[in-house]
Design a protein around this ligand. Structure first.
Ligand SMILES: [Zn+2]
Length: 311
């Protein structure tokens, strides 16, 4: 059993400015914790490649990809461009965004080809708010949607599931895959909270579960047992893609949910069981949110221990 861990130094070079919660230190915190706990020895550490532009076209309009490239690629040291009030790009952003999507695609190929049982992509920028034609909410390319479409359109899979447990609704992923009956998307998210969408699903292939502020793990676990697991078992996905945001953690200040590391381990265990039942264990998980550095590192470790079978 091999759990591949994809990341790249370029993902640190995307910087939205002093004090921004989606900061390069998030990846340092994860990496330091993996070393300090020895968990790094249970993982197959791999370099994320750059995504090819045609891969991005599986989830994004070519107009959007071309416009983003024209705006971001030429940025020089000290130059920044704002895409929304809390999402900006600098000279390192274009490469980081390509590494993020590239990691998800490479992880998908590795898991399908069998060089890894499952994979985690420790990348930034995150992706689940990026819609087919818009960068927003700290996100540029929708890494998970790009990878899921790669599995379907390039690798011949017929049914895949997307699971999103970030505290924020994955509006970008829903925008891209709602109505694509080859994909079942299940999510939990605090509601109301940015981006204030999701309460009314955009398609029958969406299982959106809004969670009230200040709910704890017991509420989330019950929702997953009642709303996610029966639909996943009915759908029988051939592969699972996870938007793994850890900002529903009790210590995270961007949301008001009360999950702890044990909840992330519990969720991951249930996803591993679904993958073992239907998908030959195939899971590709991509980092989304998670902004309290210590809680993020501990939660990623809890997630990885279950993926790697060392829990
Ligand atoms: Zn989030």
């Amino acid at each position: 059993m091999t759990t591949a861990f994809y990341s790249h130094a370029d993902c640190r070079a995307h910087d939205m400015g002093r004090g921004h919660p989606e900061c390069p230190q998030r990846l340092d915190a994860i990496h330091d914790h993996l070393i300090a706990t020895g968990l790094v020895d249970a993982l197959d550490m791999r370099e994320a490649p750059l995504a090819k532009l045609e891969h991005l076209g599986h989830a994004h309009s070519s107009g959007f990809v071309n416009e983003l490239r024209a705006a971001l690629e030429p940025l020089a040291a000290g130059e920044h461009v704002a895409l929304d009030p809390d999402t900006s790009a600098g000279p390192g952003t274009w490469a980081a965004a390509l590494r993020g999507a590239g990691a998800a695609i490479a992880a998908t190929d590795a898991v399908i080809d069998g060089s890894a049982s499952n994979a985690f992509c420790a990348v930034r920028p995150p992706g689940h708010h990026a819609t087919r034609g818009q960068a927003m909410g700290f996100c540029f390319f929708n890494n998970v949607a790009v990878a899921a479409r790669h599995a379907l359109d390039e690798r011949g899979l017929e049914r895949v599931a997307i699971i999103d447990f970030d505290v924020h609704h994955g509006n970008g992923t829903e925008d891209i895959i709602a109505g694509d009956e080859r994909v079942l998307m299940v999510s939990i998210f605090q509601h109301p909270l940015y981006p204030y969408s999701g309460a009314v699903p955009m398609g029958t292939n969406m299982v959106n579960v809004p969670i009230a502020p200040y709910s704890r793990g017991d509420v989330v676990r019950a929702a997953i047992e009642e709303m996610w697991l029966p639909r996943l078992d009915e759908f029988k996905p051939q592969m699972l893609f996870v938007s793994a945001g850890f900002d529903a953690h009790r210590e995270d200040e961007l949301g008001q949910l009360g999950l702890i590391e044990a909840d992330y381990a519990w969720i991951t265990r249930h996803l591993v069981e679904v993958a073992d039942r239907h998908a030959q264990g195939r899971i590709v998980s991509c980092l989304e949110g998670g902004y309290n550095l210590s809680a993020l590192a501990r939660s990623v470790a809890a997630h990885l221990r279950v993926l790697a079978g060392v829990a």
